[in-house]
Design a protein around this ligand. Structure first.
Ligand code: ADP
Ligand code: MG
Ligand code: ZN
Length: 562
């Protein structure tokens, strides 16, 4: 198979994501009062409603509706006041009612949008030809193509149900008017808007455990067990427009969405535990072509790496099939990370017929302005706004601000440590939090909140660094000691006699000494070999037993040699 970068020169990948998020921060299920629980014994949180007993009546969870409205507001969606629940019928033991309660053509949230900032290595996945004019053409073509589901659902609307044309238009009609075409910046980075088709409310199914088979799959299993504790868990599904063009963009979208959902507190968003799950839809078309190709849908993308690598593999696989004259079938495929491949789960020959119709047990919604404004009022500062504010108020680099703003605990920690600082001092704090602190937490496996590290300690370490009292190499040692002992960096530096000498008068004699001993290298520098300065600085550091300020040594050496 060809490499992704090779493939993407000839082919344009078209990617759309379907992202399910369990509202794990709620107390109770979607339509009954059963407790939400992941750890309790199987089938201990069940009742006639979530077990689908005849005659049991559902009551929507107000807090769940608040959560989805917040999710919509935080992702720039239009909140639809009028929507309703539908029944989506299928037979499987994980849903005892034999239908899932979900939303129809109009979801609570429609037409959203998130802007992605793509930089560094990830930006290189999007080839040069996917900017400017070409891209404008392919964006426009998307609008002509995706209708399918929407039309089907719109036709299924019952009599007397009024739905605004704008809301219906959102069910898969791709409005590209006003959509910005990405431009690559001088540093290779770009930003790109990704449209969100809708976010709708539904309920999770029960958990099934297949025993005695290979890899816990149903095929070959001796028996299957059902745990209805999860059945009826409030779930929101976000569907993007097919606007993503590289696996990296898909990963960034997912990461960004996760940060937003964590910030607004609607879920613990654990991809590992499955409270946030993502299906990746992907198709290819020749660069410059305008129609949409046949897509496959990838399952089991249960980490950011799996999402990226699964899509990257699938793009390369599709290219190989198409280039050898083969056909892509619309099918669902399973990503196998251990074998680095996708395998067919099922082929879609006809559209699924779920006999979708409005649930007669649940009244249509008529959300009030007060309700929506109440939800808006409860939103905390969102990551994008926080990033912009941190960038402005502290003058730190945009990429660092983005990373700091991504997690509320990290952001609060940074703001505590950098309080009253700006410019170089604040950037030094940002560097320590983004690099040293993050690496320490990752290596030790503890959360920032439980690490015992205080913002004041990092602030004090930053001061030592910014004033050149210690070098960045030493900062690493001080950080480790500080994290282990809880001591203040000032104390550690004094105790270990680490304080860097940044006094030119004290360092000049060492420089003179080194230059006298290394006459050859000094001559090489004078002859134009700039690189040899590194060796000379090293000799000075050695002579000062590591205490001299290397930057100052560098300056003094250059001055002495010129
Ligand atoms: P399905 O009925 O197969 O679930 P949907 O119309 O619900 O398909 O779309 C699911 C996701 O697939 C959406 O995110 C959409 O943007 C994306 N999608 C639709 N058509 C394509 C295509 N041809 N290539 C890539 N992604 C697509
Ligand atoms: Mg779908
Ligand atoms: Zn229940």
């Amino acid at each position: 198979m060809k490499e992704l970068s090779e493939v993407l020169k000839d082919w344009e990948a078209v990617i759309g994501l379907e992202i399910h998020t369990e509202l794990t921060t709620l107390e109770t299920k979607m339509f009954c009062g059963c407790k939400l629980s992941h750890d309790d014994a199987p089938n201990t949180h069940v009742c006639p409603v979530c077990l689908g007993m005849p005659g049991a009546l559902p009551v929507p969870n107000r807090r769940a509706i608040e959560s989805i409205v917040k999710a919509g507001l935080a992702t720039n969606c239009e909140i639809q006041k009028h929507s309703m629940f539908y029944r989506k019928h299928y037979f499987y033991p994980d849903m005892a009612k034999n239908f899932q309660t979900t939303q129809g053509p109009v979801a609570f949230c429609m037409h959203g949008r998130l802007d992605l900032e793509v930089s560094g290595r990830g930006a290189a996945e999007r080839p040069e030809c996917a900017f400017g004019e070409n891209e404008a053409k392919s964006l426009a073509s998307a609008s002509a193509n995706a209708v399918g589901l929407s039309r089907q659902m719109a036709e299924g609307l019952p009599e007397g149900v009024e739905v605004s044309a704008a809301a219906l238009g959102g069910m898969g009609s791709y409005d590209t008017a006003g959509l910005a075409v990405p431009e690559r910046r001088a540093d290779g980075s770009y930003s790109v808007p990704i449209r969100i088709l809708r976010i709708h409310m539904e309920e999770d199914a029960a958990k099934m455990v297949h025993v005695g088979g290979a890899e816990g799959r149903i095929g070959g299993a001796a028996e299957s067990l059902v745990d209805y504790n999860r059945c009826g868990t409030p779930l929101i599904e976000l569907v993007t427009e097919p606007d993503l063009r590289t696996p990296e963009e898909a990963r960034l979208f997912m990461e960004k969405l996760r940060r937003i959902f964590l910030t607004i507190g609607i879920s613990d968003c654990s991809m590992e535990k499955g409270s946030m799950r993502c299906d990746g839809n992907v198709s290819l078309r020749r660069r410059g072509e305008t129609g949409l190709g046949t897509k496959t849908e990838l399952k089991n993308l249960n980490s950011f790496k799996a999402l990226h690598d699964g899509l990257a593999y699938e793009i390369c696989r599709q290219a190989e099939v198409l280039e050898s004259g083969g056909t892509i079938y619309q099918e669902t495929r399973h990503w196998e990370p251990s074998r680095k491949r996708t395998v067919v789960m099922r082929v879609k020959e006809t559209a699924d017929d779920y006999r979708l119709f409005p649930d007669p047990d649940l009244e249509p919604f008529d959300l009030s302005d007060e309700f929506i404004e109440h939800c808006r009022g409860e939103l905390p500062e969102l990551p994008d706004a926080k990033r912009d504010r941190i960038e402005r108020a502290f003058g730190v680099k945009r990429a660092d601000a983005e990373q700091l703003a991504g997690d509320p605990v990290t952001a609060a920690f940074f703001e505590g440590a950098a309080a009253g600082l700006s410019g170089k001092a604040a950037q030094t704090v940002a560097n320590l939090v983004v690099n040293e602190l993050a690496a320490y937490l990752k290596a030790s496996g503890v959360a920032l909140g439980e690490s015992g590290i205080a913002p004041a300690q990092v602030a004090s370490l930053a001061k030592l660094l910014a004033s050149d009292a210690i070098s960045s190499n030493q900062a690493h040692e001080v950080f480790e000691a500080m994290a282990a002992s809880g001591d203040d960096p000032e104390k550690i530096v004094d105790e270990r006699g680490m304080r860097q000498v940044s006094d030119a008068g004290a360092l000049q004699p060492i420089v003179d000494e080194v230059l006298a001993a290394c006459a050859d290298q000094a001559q090489q520098y004078r002859d134009g070999n700039q690189k040899v300065i590194g060796f000379l600085v090293g000799q000075c550091m050695k002579a000062s037993r590591g205490k001299g300020n290397p930057k100052l040594f560098n300056e003094l050496l250059r001055a002495s040699l010129s």
